[in-house]
Design a protein around this ligand. Structure first.
Ligand code: ZN
Length: 263
């Protein structure tokens, strides 16, 4: 048996909240630190279906990558989706904790996982965090052991993330040797990728005008989707918490799906 407070402290150790972006909302977002915890579910986002699974599975804590609530809340009522989810969470006495961008940026966070999984070498943060540890910060970049064409890089991304299709900006034969990575919606890191002399940039999703900017800069852009770029890490987070919390059952949501379908 553990407690909400003890699990939050474990997560803080793993993904310190001072690594979170300034606009973010991380840490314990719903619940009481003294609540007991024997069952934890991890997920990318809390949706009605994901919450139904947590209630059915008797989770006492949800560790969600995306914060709920994210924006400041002035009312908690059933008029909004966020309000309905919060009412249900509190009624079921399920706590919510979110590491979000602290997890993206952590030493063994999502971007580091992606960089290693895609075979980058000499990996470093795109924007180092303030502090003494040069291995943490926003995004990652590094060099490939050997140059790849954009098509070869795409095959590698698909294979690592287990997806069948993705969006791309660039020519099939364009050569990529130095790659920047920002999980989720990382278009704002494009200028930094150019600054770091990267010729490839992988982020989950971005908008049309950022795609045009990548094209104008001759930067090969690979967009596997927001869900695919982050969801895999919630499986490893569940394993990590299982190892750290003996006697606590931890699972990654089994119902969670990408809301976007490609037809
Ligand atoms: Zn995200």
């Amino acid at each position: 048996m553990s407690s909400v407070g003890a699990v939050v402290a474990c997560l803080e150790e793993f993904a310190p909240s001072n690594l979170a972006e300034h606009w973010d909302n991380v840490g314990l977002l719903v619940g009481d630190r003294s609540w007991p915890v024997e069952r934890i579910m991890t997920c990318l986002s809390i949706t009605p279906a994901v919450l139904a699974e947590a209630i059915q599975g008797k989770a006492q804590l949800i560790v969600t990558h995306h914060p709920l609530p994210f924006h400041a809340v002035k009312t908690v009522n059933s008029d909004s989706t966020v309000g309905r989810l919060l009412l249900k969470l509190i009624a079921a006495q399920i706590a919510v904790c979110s590491p979000h961008t602290a997890f993206d940026s952590a030493r063994v966070g999502i971007n580091q996982h992606l960089a290693i999984g895609l075979g980058l070498q000499e990996i470093a943060p795109m924007i180092p965090a303030n502090g003494s540890d040069p291995e943490v910060g926003s995004g990652r970049f590094g060099t490939l052991a050997e140059d790849l064409t954009l098509l070869q890089l795409v095959a590698r991304v698909k294979s690592f993330l287990g997806i069948e299709s993705l969006h791309v900006v660039g020519r099939d034969e364009q050569v990529v040797s130095r790659v920047a990575i920002a999980c989720g919606s990382g278009g704002s890191f494009l200028a930094q990728a150019v600054e770091l002399k990267c010729d490839g940039f992988i982020t989950g999703e971005t908008n049309y005008h950022t795609c045009l900017e990548a094209e104008a800069r001759n930067l090969a852009l690979v967009l596997p989707g927001h869900f695919a770029s982050e969801r895999f890490a919630l499986l490893s987070l569940a394993d990590y918490l299982t190892d750290l919390l003996p006697g606590v059952e931890v699972w990654a949501s089994r119902t969670e799906q990408d809301p976007l379908r490609r037809l």
